[in-house]
Design a protein around this ligand. Structure first.
Ligand code: PLP
Length: 424
């Protein structure tokens, strides 16, 4: 059978009921699983058999979600996490120890920026930041023998920078370093990073995957396209893991990263997604392809409207021909650029706040990428912990309003924005 289209996979992938079983993936609200013999359980621990033994490692409802996202991305394995932040943390810790470094674009989600620049540093993992527009040579010069990861976001939150996949993938390839991509703001419906050279894809499923702002979660998808056995950069994959009775992860072949991440990282850090959240996220994903199409269509209309309004100083959305990332978006996001945009109203921070308070339907929330349109003023909220210098460094102007365009009727979204702009 030919591989199913992405909109079909959104609905059908990840769960196949056996005769008489529930048609819809059930919520398995159990921490543990019963076995007839001790050797049944021993085989599971030894990875000789597939099955569930403790929900901190795996759970059937969580697996259904993991399998679906893995199919959407064309990966070989996926690990669902309690949040997007924990997904990023586990993926990094799966390959980095004290003394190692990561090379990351500066245009990343504020929480990830904090994790990389402050928290990981305390544990001896250094992050070397580059500007997304930096040349191959500049980025290349940051990589040394202790570099374990090159990190970027497909579409950066909230600066709306489109990732130049070829540029970053070629640096990663040249040095044999893992290329990790946070694909949260476009989802596999609009971009499949593994096909563009990424090795590991990360998600905050709290955003479009769930799509309704009801379940926090994250996920790590393993592309299965990195040869650990042939690399000297990742000795932990090629030496026996004492904590897992001498398992050598590279001997597992394509699934080495995913297996290590689950049996070692998830075992020790315990940040797995709950079955309830997996159920809700999985349900949300059934309409992911439909929703993304509408988000894209609405956002392009709203971006055009904003770009023609004289109270607006600037608009960033790669659907606009005037946008700096228009051509990269044509290349990597041909099916749409998602619902996220940022813009600046004339008059600075004060006018930005005033505009947001005049909105009626569109609410001010610390969230993005769900069915409801919403706004945020990042300079005064999400990255509140960041200094003015940090904000400048990651490209957040003080009048920047982050707008997440929902799937309401575009005319109603535009009317709300238009009325609010008229009042400032
Ligand atoms: C929200 C977000 C995260 C963090 O995810 P949580 O689920 O909130 O922990 C990471 N990356 C991006 C791009 C995000 O938008």
């Amino acid at each position: 059978m030919s591989e199913k289209k992405i909109d079909t996979l959104c609905i059908q992938a990840g769960y196949e009921p056996k005769n008489g079983e529930p048609r819809v993936v059930p919520i398995v609200q159990s921490t543990t699983y019963a076995y007839d013999t001790a050797s049944n359980l021993a085989d599971l621990f030894d990875l000789k058999a597939d099955g569930y033994f403790y929900t901190r490692l795996a759970n059937p409802t969580v697996s259904a979600f993991e399998n679906k996202l893995c199919a959407l991305d064309g990966g070989v394995g996926a690990i669902a996490c309690a949040s997007g932040m924990s997904a990023t943390l586990l993926a990094i810790l799966n390959v980095c120890n004290a003394g190692d470094n990561i090379v990351s674009t500066r245009s990343i989600y504020g929480g990830t920026y904090n994790l990389f620049s402050i928290t990981l540093k305390k544990y001896g993992i250094e992050c070397r930041f580059f500007d997304p527009d930096d040349s191959f040579e500049t980025i290349d010069a940051l990589v040394d023998e202790h570099t374990k990861v090159i990190f970027a976001e497909t579409l950066a939150n909230p600066t709306i920078v489109v990732l130049d996949f070829d540029k970053i993938a070629s640096v990663a390839k040249k040095h044999g370093v893992l290329f990790m991509v946070d694909n949260t703001l476009v989802t596999p419906v609009l971009c499949r990073p593994i096909e563009l050279g990424a090795n590991i894809v990360l998600y905050s499923s709290s955003k479009y995957l769930d799509g309704h702002a009801v379940a926090l979660g994250g996920c790590i998808v393993d592309g299965g396209n990195f040869d650990y056995a042939a690399s000297s950069r990742y000795p932990e994959f090629n030496t026996p893991d004492e904590s897992y009775h001498g398992l050598v992860y590279s001997s597992l072949g394509k699934t080495a990263f995913a297996v290590k991440c689950r049996v070692q990282m998830m075992r020790d850090l315990g940040a797995i997604m709950s079955p309830q959240n997996a159920f809700l996220t999985n349900l949300g994903m059934e309409t992911l392809a439909l929703r993304m199409a509408r988000h894209c269509e609405n956002a392009a209309k709203v971006a055009r409207f904003l770009s023609e309004n004289d109270k607006v100083e600037w608009v960033k959305h790669p659907s606009l021909e005037s946008d700096k990332y228009f051509s990269l978006a044509q290349k990597y996001l041909p099916n749409g650029m998602g619902g996220m945009m940022s813009f600046g109203v004339k008059g600075g921070s004060e006018k930005a706040a005033e505009f947001m308070e005049k909105l009626k339907m569109i609410k001010i929330v610390t969230h993005v990428a769900d069915a409801r349109s919403c706004v945020l003023h990042p300079a005064s909220t999400t990255p509140r912990q960041l200094s003015k210098e940090d904000l400048d460094a990651i490209g957040i102007a003080d009048n920047l309003i982050r707008l997440s365009v929902g799937i309401e009727n575009a005319d109603d979204i535009i009317e709300d924005i238009s009325n609010a702009l008229a009042q400032i």
